[in-house]
Design a binder for this molecule. Structure first.
Ligand code: SAM
Length: 351
C-alpha cells in the first residue's frame, strides 16, 4: 500500500534535491561571471541594468536571475522587477571571509561529479583512486571549501582550546602542518605567530606548489616552508605542535602516520587533529552534515585512502571513538576533544 502523504513528502524532497543539483552549475556560473559580487556591490537591480553593468547577454542573465530567485538565493520584487542579494545570502555567496561562505562547497560537488566514473569503477575492484588522479580542481575546491572555517576558527578558537599551545607559538615554536594541501591553515598560523617556524608537508606535489605561492602572496615566506612528503615519512623532528586538518581520514595508513607524528613531537608537544564532525554510530550521522560528508567520503576520501598502502579508509565520518583508537594506538598518553564547530571536531593528543 502506498501512503500518498509519505509519497508526496518524498517527492517534495526530491524536487528540492534536483533543484539543488541544478544549482551546482548555476551557482558556479554566477561565481565565475562575477554576478554575486556585482549584486552585492550594486544593490537591487533590474535584469537590463545588470546586463549592461556586467556586459553579459540579457536573455541568459534573465534566466539565471529567475533560477536564483526561484531558489531563494536572490530576492525578487515584482513591483520594481528588481533582483537583489539579501545580506544573509551575501554571507554565503559573496563575502569570502564569512564563516558560512559556501562557494567552495559547490566547487567540491562539481569535482565529486567529475570523479564518478573513476570511483564507480573502483566499487567493482575495491581499488583506490589516488588523490592526484581525482577531478581537475578537487584540490582548489577543497582548499576553498575549508578556508572560511580556518579563517574564522583556527587562530581565534581552535589553537586557544589546546593546553599551553598559544603561549609557545607567541614565544616561538616549531610547527608541522601535515597533509597541508594548498596551505591555508599553515599561512593563517604563520601570519598570526611571526616568531614561530612552520613547515607544511603533503604528498601531493602540485598542492605544495600552490601552498608555496600562497605563502609568498601573503607575505609569510620568511617563517614558512612547504615540502613534498608522506605523513609517515617526513624526516624532521623536534616539533612543539603538529597539525592535521581534515586529512587523517584520507591517509592510507593513519595509524602509521600517528606513530610517526608522535616520534616527531617534542616530549611536551601537541598534536592537533581536526576532523569532520561525526557521531560514532551511523544513526548519529543521518543529518544534512553527515549526508554531505558521506557523499564526499565515498567519492573522494575512501578512494584516496584505498589508493595508498594499508588502505584503512576511515572515511570522513569516522567519529571520535574510531579516531581515538587510531591516535591512542600510536602511544599518545592523552586524547581529548578540545573544541568543536558544527562541521569539525578538534582533538588534542599529547605524547
Ligand atoms: C581533504 S585534503 C585537506 C587539505 C588541507 N589540510 C586543508 O584543510 O585544506 C587532504 C589532504 O591530505 C593529503 N594526504 C592524503 N594522504 C596523505 C599522506 N599519506 N601523506 C601526506 N598527505 C596526504 C592530500 O594530498 C590532501 O592535500
Amino acid at each position: 500500500m502506498i501512503d500518498e502523504g509519505k509519497l508526496n513528502t518524498f517527492i517534495g524532497q526530491m524536487l528540492g534535491d534536483l533543484g539543488g543539483a541544478s544549482s551546482v552549475a548555476m551557482v558556479r556560473m554566477g561565481d565565475s561571471l562575477g554576478l554575486y559580487q556585482a549584486l552585492h556591490e550594486g544593490g537591487a537591480t533590474t535584469c537590463e541594468a545588470l546586463a549592461k553593468r556586467v556586459k553579459l547577454d540579457e536573455r541568459y542573465l534573465r534566466e539565471w536571475l529567475s533560477h536564483q530567485a526561484a531558489s531563494g538565493y536572490l530576492a525578487y520584487d515584482p513591483m520594481t522587477t528588481t533582483f537583489s542579494l539579501p545580506p544573509e545570502q551575501a554571507m554565503v555567496f559573496a563575502i569570502e571571509d564569512s564563516p558560512v561562505y559556501m562557494l567552495g562547497g559547490f566547487d567540491a560537488v562539481a569535482a565529486m561529479l567529475e570523479n564518478q566514473p573513476k570511483v564507480q569503477a573502483a566499487f567493482e575492484t575495491g581499488g583506490g583512486v589516488a588523490w592526484g588522479d581525482q577531478a581537475t580542481c578537487l584540490f582548489c575546491a577543497v582548499a576553498r571549501f575549508f578556508r572560511p572555517g580556518y579563517v574564522n576558527n583556527l587562530v581565534s578558537q581552535w589553537l586557544p582550546a589546546l593546553d599551553g599551545v598559544v603561549g609557545k607559538l607567541e614565544r616561538g615554536a616549531r610547527v608541522a602542518d601535515i597533509g597541508c594541501g594548498h596551505g591555508w591553515s599553515t599561512v593563517l598560523m604563520a601570519k598570526a605567530f611571526p616568531k614561530s617556524q612552520f613547515v607544511g608537508f603533503d604528498f601531493h606535489e602540485s598542492s605544495i606548489g600552490e601552498a608555496r605561492a600562497h605563502a609568498g602572496a601573503h607575505g609569510v615566506g620568511g617563517n614558512t616552508r612547504f615540502e613534498v612528503a608522506k605523513a609517515k615519512e617526513f624526516t624532521e623532528t623536534g616539533f612543539d605542535l603538529v597539525t592535521c586538518f581534515d586529512c587523517l581520514h584520507d591517509m592510507g595508513d593513519p595509524a602509521g602516520a600517528a606513530r610517526h607524528i608522535r616520534a616527531a613531537l617534542k616530549p611536551d608537544g601537541t598534536w592537533m587533529v581536526v576532523e569532520p564532525m561525526a557521531g560514532d554510530r551511523l544513526e548519529d550521522n543521518l543529518n544534512p552534515v553527515g549526508r554531505l560528508y558521506y557523499g564526499a567520503s565515498t567519492l573522494v576520501c575512501v578512494p584516496t585512502s584505498k589508493s595508498q598502502e594499508v588502505g584503512a579508509a576511515l572515511g570522513a565520518q569516522a567519529g571520535e571513538r574510531r579516531l581515538r583508537e587510531v591516535i591512542g594506538g600510536a602511544g599518545f598518553s592523552t586524547v581529548r576533544r578540545a573544541t568543536e564547530t558544527p562541521f569539525n571536531m578538534v582533538l588534542e593528543a599529547r605524547p
